[in-house]
Design a binder for this molecule. Structure first.
Ligand SMILES: C[S@@+](CC[C@H](N)C(=O)[O-])C[C@H]1O[C@@H](n2cnc3c(N)ncnc32)[C@H](O)[C@@H]1O
Length: 492
C-alpha cells in the first residue's frame, strides 16, 4: 500500500536522483511500518536501487557541517547533530521528504524508561548494558550538545536539540545508518534503509564504491566485486529494471550506492536485507526487535556468578587463587574486568569455563604441582605452546578452543554447571519460563512491542540455560565419576 508519506518520499527520491526498480513495491502498514516486496520475479545480480551519495544525510552533506566540524564532533555524535539540525529546519531541509518518512525514534531499549529497562530486561544480557548506555548517552549530550546551543544561538533551535531529541537521533542512527565511504563515513541512506532484516537469509545487499580509492583493498564489506557486477548488471537489466529517471550512471560511478540482489526472489515475497549475524540481545539492542529461534543467540555467565557459586563450596582464598592460576595458564581473555563465559545456542559452555571449574576441583597435591610448574615455566619465560598436566589431562596453554570437553565433564563439573545454570536463571526474578511463555502468547506484537521483544529475549536466553542443564546432565551420564578430591571445602 502506498501511503501519502510514501508518495511524498518517492517524489523526493525522484527529484534527488534516486533510481529504483519497478519490481520493488514499498509497503506501509500501521502494524509493521515499511517493508519492501517483489512485484515480480527478481533475479540474483539485479541492481534494484541506486542512491546518490550526495543525497545521503551525513556530517559532510548536512547544513550543519561547519558547526559540527568547528565543534570537532565526529562519528555518531556529529551525525546526531546533523539529523537534529535538519529536523529543526522542517520543510526547509533538503531532506524534508526523507525525514517525514522516519519514525520520531526507533523503539530501542536505549529510549525506554529506566523502569522499563529494569522491569522488562531483568536478568537478560541487556539489562546492565542498556543502563550503562543511557548514562553514557546522557553524558555525551551534556558535554557535547548543550555547549553547542550557546555557541550557535542564532542557528540552533534548542527545542530540537534537547536530550530526548538526542536519544531519538541516536536510536535512528543505531537502527538505520550505513557505512558509506571514507569521505562520508556513517550516514543515513534513504531507500536502502527501507529493507527489513532476516538473519542469515538476505536477498539484497547494500554496496558502496569508495570515492577515494576504487581498488579492492579499500573496499568495505559491502562492495561488490566489479567483475561480478559487470557480468550480472548489464545495461539490459538496468534499463528493464530501474525506473526511467533522468539520472544515468556508469558502472564504476563512485558517486552512487547500490542495492544488488544476491538471490532470486519470487513475486509477492518480501525482499530482506541482513543487518548481520546477530543474536536477539544484539538485535534488540541495536534495532529494537528480536527473532524467535535465533540460532545466533547466546547466554553469558559472568565471572561474578562463578565466584558466587565458588564461595558456596570453597574458601575465598581458594577461589581467588584458582582464578589466578587459570589466568596464568592463559585461559582468560584480554580484560580481567569483564570476564564472562559464553553458553552457545546449543547449551554448550565455553571450554574456558570448564577448565576453570576443573582447576577449582583439582586435588590439593595436583593443584600445587600445577601451580609450581606454571610459576617455573613463567620464570623461564617458556612459550605458551607448552602443555600442562591437569588431573590426568594434558592441557595446551591458551588454546582451549580446540580441546574436547568430554574428558573434562566429571560428575562434580556437571553438578557445578547445573548450579551455575540455577544461579544464572535466578537473575530473571520470580517468574518462571512457563510464565514468560504464557505472557508472550497473550502479548501483541504490534501493541506491546517492548513487552513482546523483551519476552522473546528472556525466553530465548532461558531456553539456552535449559539446554545447558541438559548438556550437563547428559555429559554426566556418559563420563565416569572422577577421582577428584573428596573433601570439597578448602581453606588454604
Ligand atoms: C532499516 S529500518 C527498516 C524499515 C522499517 N521497517 C521502517 O518502517 O522504516 C530498521 C527497523 O525496521 C524494523 N525491522 C527490521 N527488520 C525487522 C524484523 N525482521 N522484525 C521486526 N522489525 C524489523 C525495526 O524496527 C528496525 O529498527
Amino acid at each position: 500500500m502506498a501511503t501519502r508519506r510514501l508518495r511524498a518520499f518517492k517524489r523526493w527520491m525522484k527529484s534527488n536522483g534516486f533510481e529504483w526498480s519497478n519490481a520493488l513495491e514499498f509497503v506501509d502498514t500501521l502494524e509493521q511500518g515499511i517493508s519492501v516486496k517483489a512485484l515480480c520475479q527478481m533475479n540474483e545480480g539485479d541492481v534494484v536501487a541506486k542512491m546518490p551519495k550526495q543525497a545521503c544525510l551525513t556530517i559532510n552533506t548536512s547544513g550543519a557541517c561547519d558547526i559540527i566540524e568547528n565543534a570537532c564532533l565526529g562519528g555518531y555524535l556529529g551525525l546526531a547533530v546533523a539529523i537534529m539540525y535538519e529536523r529543526s529546519l522542517g520543510e526547509d531541509s533538503p531532506w524534508a521528504g526523507y525525514l517525514q518518512l522516519l519514525p520520531q525514534q526507533e523503539s530501542l531499549p536505549l529510549v525506554w524508561t529506566l523502569d522499563e529497562v529494569s522491569c522488562l530486561l531483568c536478568g537478560t544480557e541487556l539489562q546492565q548494558t542498556v543502563q550503562e548506555d543511557k548514562a553514557l548517552v546522557y553524558e555525551d549530550w551534556k558535554e557535547n550538545i548543550l555547549p553547542l546551543l550557546d555557541s550557535e544561538p542564532s542557528r540552533l533551535n534548542p527545542t530540537f536539540f534537547g536530550v530526548e531529541q538526542y536519544f531519538a537521533a541516536k536510536s535512528l542512527i543505531s537502527s538505520r545508518s550505513f557505512e558509506i565511504d571514507d569521505y562520508h563515513g556513517f550516514g543515513m541512506v534513504p531507500l536502502a534503509d527501507l529493507f527489513n532484516h532476516k538473519t542469515g537469509a538476505e536477498d539484497v545487499h547494500f554496496t558502496a564504491l569508495s570515492s577515494n580509492d576504487e581498488s579492492d583493498d579499500d573496499a568495505d564489506e559491502g562492495i561488490v566485486d566489479e567483475e561480478a557486477l559487470a557480468e550480472n548488471s548489464s545495461m539490459d537489466k538496468t534499463e528493464k529494471g530501474v525506473s526511467n529517471t533522468e539520472y544515468s550512471v556508469t558502472e564504476d560511478d563512485t558517486s552512487m550506492l547500490e542495492m544488488v540482489m544476491i538471490k532470486d526472489v519470487s513475486s509477492g515475497a518480501e525482499v530482506f536485507n541482513t543487518y548481520g549475524l546477530l543474536g536477539n540481545a544484539a538485535l534488540l539492542h541495536r534495532y529494537g526487535f528480536t527473532e524467535q529461534d535465533n540460532a545466533y543467540d547466546i547466554v553469558n555467565i559472568d565471572m561474578e556468578l562463578v565466584l558466587q557459586w565458588c564461595s558456596s563450596l570453597f574458601s575465598d582464598r581458594h577461589s581467588r587463587s584458582s582464578i589466578s592460576l587459570w589466568r596464568r595458564l592463559g585461559y582468560s581473555g584480554d580484560s580481567e574486568n569483564s570476564e564472562y563465559f559464553e553458553v552457545s545456542f546449543d547449551g554448550e559452555p565455553q571450554i574456558e569455563l570448564i577448565i576453570l571449574l576443573h582447576i577449582m576441583f583439582l586435588p590439593v597435591d595436583v593443584y600445587h604441582k600445577l601451580d609450581l610448574s606454571v610459576a617455573v615455566a613463567g620464570n623461564r619465560h617458556e612459550s605458551s605452546e607448552k602443555t600442562t598436566f591437569l588431573n590426568g589431562n594434558i592441557f595446551p596453554h591458551s588454546n582451549g578452543t580446540n580441546m574436547s570437553k568430554k574428558p573434562l565433564m566429571t560428575k562434580e563439573i556437571c553438578t557445578a554447571l547445573l548450579s551455575l545454570a540455577d544461579i544464572r536463571e535466578s537473575l530473571y526474578g520470580l517468574k518462571s519460563m512457563e510464565d514468560d511463555i504464557e505472557a508472550l502468547e497473550r502479548c501483541s506484537f504490534v501493541g506491546d512491542r517492548k513487552l513482546y521483544h523483551s519476552l522473546v529475549l528472556r525466553i530465548s536466553e532461558r531456553k539456552i540455560i535449559q539446554k545447558l542443564r541438559n548438556y550437563a546432565s547428559k555429559s554426566c551420564k556418559i563420563t565416569k565419576p572422577s577421582s577428584a578430591r573428596k573433601k570439597l571445602k578448602r581453606t588454604a
